[in-house]
Write a protein that binds this ligand. Structure first.
Ligand SMILES: [Fe+2]
Ligand SMILES: [Fe+2]
Length: 377
């Protein structure tokens, strides 16, 4: 029982079956039919191994003064660029900034759980043994991210906050979808692209050394997940019919908007404003007013802006064409992006982390750069 309907497959390595069709996996001809496309990223998994429960890699007992210190540079906080700042004293500002971090890291934790379940689900549908082995490795890495973020959140707040409805619905759709392209574009490119941008921003602006470490260790793995999405796109997008490509392009734009309008929207953070005595609808109007200021709009275009990484991922993959590039141009300078290479904002941070881990893991073999991972074999 092959999965035909809507499962756009042009490369054998991504051929899929119905999640309930286990007998297809025992087909004796399947085992030997392995793509080599993922061998390099599978082999590299030992280079970036880390264990969130081993103090040799990371120590979650490092304290932080949550009441008196900002977890991140407050200049990165969007609320404080609006009239919200005039209503709060210094302690409340610290509280608001740190609650925003709690919200973001909780969203990331739910995203990691989504990535874990999604990678595991890929093992049930992808037929290619190499693709399955890659997905199994990613599942294991996402599991350590769940542990890592759970431990960080536990150390700073006790437990995560409830997932926002927009992100919760999107993750559920991606995990349960039987379609490989939806899983890969939705998770590997959109959600992971957004996460890579968020990790890079936290890495750069966090004032908590423990958070910086969590970000770097996670990024050493995520850079490879991003490469897996890129390999799929390189092998798939150029061979699609115009109809199929348009279908993927339009769906990506829809998901982008869900992420953009919901993740940071005041409505999803009502509880947070209530704690510092603000009404979310008032905060929303303060945001609207601030957006008319060109300096604030400029701030949002900084190179570490999390949505910029996401747009670049889609553009490099060929999922943004002239059909939709005008939509994205409202948020960033598309011309500038067209002129940039493949290198992603988090890649340097990830490579530094991988070198640190190789030393710790006693690995002295030849180092393969991230750039070589997707090179044609
Ligand atoms: Fe992850
Ligand atoms: Fe990931």
């Amino acid at each position: 029982m092959a999965l035909q309907d809507g499962n756009i497959t042009v490369d054998q390595a991504y051929e899929a079956v119905d999640p309930k069709d286990f007998p297809a996996m025992m087909d004796v001809d399947r085992y030997g039919n392995r793509s080599t496309a993922f061998d390099k990223i599978i082999s590299a998994t030992h280079d970036h191994f880390w264990d969130p429960l081993d103090k040799k890699y990371i120590d979650f007992d490092q304290p932080f003064d949550m009441e008196n210190e900002y977890l991140i540079d407050p200049a990165q906080n969007m609320e404080l660029k609006t009239a919200v700042a005039d209503k709060l004293d210094e302690k409340q500002k610290i509280q608001l900034v740190n609650m925003n971090v709690h919200w973001s890291l909780s969203s990331i934790l739910h995203g990691e759980q989504g990535a874990l379940a999604l990678s595991a689900s890929l093992c049930h549908i992808l037929k290619d043994p190499g693709a399955q082995e890659y997905a199994a490795n990613q599942t294991r890495e996402e599991a350590r991210h769940v542990t890592g973020f759970t431990n960080y959140i536990k150390a700073r707040w006790g437990k995560p906050v409830q997932v926002g409805p927009a992100l919760g619905d999107l993750l559920t759709e991606l995990v349960l979808s039987p379609l490989v392209w939806k899983k890969l574009v939705g998770m590997q490119m959109l959600v992971e692209g957004l996460a890579m941008g968020a990790f890079a921003t936290f890495y750069k602006f966090s004032r908590d050394p423990l958070m910086v470490k969590v970000m770097q260790l996670t990024m050493t793995d995520e850079a490879f997940h991003h490469k897996f999405g890129k390999i799929w796109a390189d092998r798939t997008i150029p061979k699609l019919s115009a109809d199929e490509r348009n279908q993927i392009e339009d769906w990506a734009w829809e998901v982008f908007q869900v992420l953009l309008y919901n993740l940071g929207s005041p409505e999803q953070k009502k509880w947070m404003y209530a704690r510092v005595g603000l009404d979310w609808e008032w905060v929303q109007s303060a945001f609207m007013e601030a957006m008319t200021d060109s300096k604030i709009r400029e701030d949002m275009q900084e190179s570490t802006n999390i949505f910029r990484v996401l747009i670049k991922t889609l553009l490099n993959a060929g999922i943004i064409t002239e059909r939709t590039s005008g939509n994205y141009a409202a948020f960033i300078d598309m011309k500038e992006l067209y002129g940039e290479g493949d290198r992603m904002v988090g890649d340097d941070i990830a490579e530094e982390g991988i070198k640190f881990l190789r030393k710790l893991n006693g690995n002295n073999g030849t180092y393969m750069s991230l750039d070589s991972m997707t090179a044609a074999e």
